[in-house]
Design a protein around this ligand. Sequence first.
Ligand code: NAD
Ligand code: UFG
Length: 349
Amino acid sequence: MAVGSIMVTGGAGYIGSHTVLQLLLDGYQVAVIDNLDNSSATAIQRVRELAAHHGPSVTFHQMDLRDKPALDKLFASTKFDAVIHFAGLKAVGESVEKPLMYYDNNVVGTITLLEVMATHGCKKLVFSSSAAVYGWPKVVPCTEEYPLSAANPYGRTKLFIEEICRDIHRIDSEWKIIMLRYFNPVGAHPSGYIGEDPRGIPNNLMPFMQQVAVGRRPALTVFGSDYSTRDGTGVRDYIHVVDLADGHIAALNKLSDPSIGCEVYNLGTGKGTSVLEMVAAFEKASGKEIPVVFSGRRPGDAEILYASTKKAELELNWKAKYDINEMCSHQWNWASKNPYGYKPSESKS
Ligand code: NAD
Ligand code: UFG
């Protein structure tokens, strides 16, 4: 896409903030909307500082995606060339406990966004889907053609939204939609100035391990050591968040291709890494010992999940550049400079 004006929903969050930075560095004007449910406005401020010498700017609008009048007003005041839609709740366990909250926030929020976009004639969308739509795959690497099945309400919100996007494109070919299925985003911007800052106890491996390394938690619990993998622990496709952010720029470029309709791409590295291999890489990068406690498998966890990256490489002309050691070293750079994330200390959280 010729450089233009992009709305980013959920742009204060982990992946969103890194993507907003890459957009600004590439010359896009950006408007972020976020309700700050799982993020901090400081992330946007830091993105602004990192991009200060690059001309284009980012505006921030604290609002909920489901607030249709507010969204409508914003679209009426600014012409957006496309929307990158990150906003959503993402904790798998919480989605099992509170399914209606997830369907309301993620699905109703997306429908509201799509309605307002259509009203204002903005029909280009990049959507954050997830490898969660592959459920527990029997064959790896996962290609985009793999049958879809989600193991929990969070995954189903992604699956439903994908189907909604396919349906609206089916009846209106003006829609150009790219759905990106992320594998496991980790790491942080090499500056160490922005990174992941989850609220409460982290659900995911990297942020949990990071909090062990800075002394906020005593040990990492490894879920399952009896999988049919190299060392018995679960295998995932970890991808550096900056590579992921660049994948969104590639997707925006692809939206200008007249042949694009409603397409889906995996964003991963195509390489599988076990939990213990990740622990070893993080120990090496941080120089810290990560005490480990083994426990049973986490319900709903897949054994091995990694991506086929061929389609994205061929059609988006995008490929992940960073390896596991760089992911861990950038994660540690962020963690050691910001042990309490964007908050100055735990007491203020
Ligand atoms: P995040 O929680 O850091 O970012 C999501 C942002 O959306 C947050 O800033 C939150 O405040 C905002 N938000 C949530 N609901 C909103 C609403 N109704 N209105 C306005 N803002 C709202 O999460 P992330 O890791 O950056 O994930 C971004 C997207 O990528 C999500 O849709 C997530 O499901 C998807 N995804 C993430 C992962 C992962 O492991 N991080 C993997 C696959 C897919
Ligand atoms: N793990 C541990 N201990 C922890 C956390 C995780 O051993 O404290 C293990 C898990 O069992 C798994 C691996 O580390 O084997 C990765 O787990 P994560 O929770 O970091 O990531 P998941 O693969 O379970 O899920 C993530 C996102 C989902 C997304 C999915 C897509 O959380 O939103 O990737 O692949 F759908």
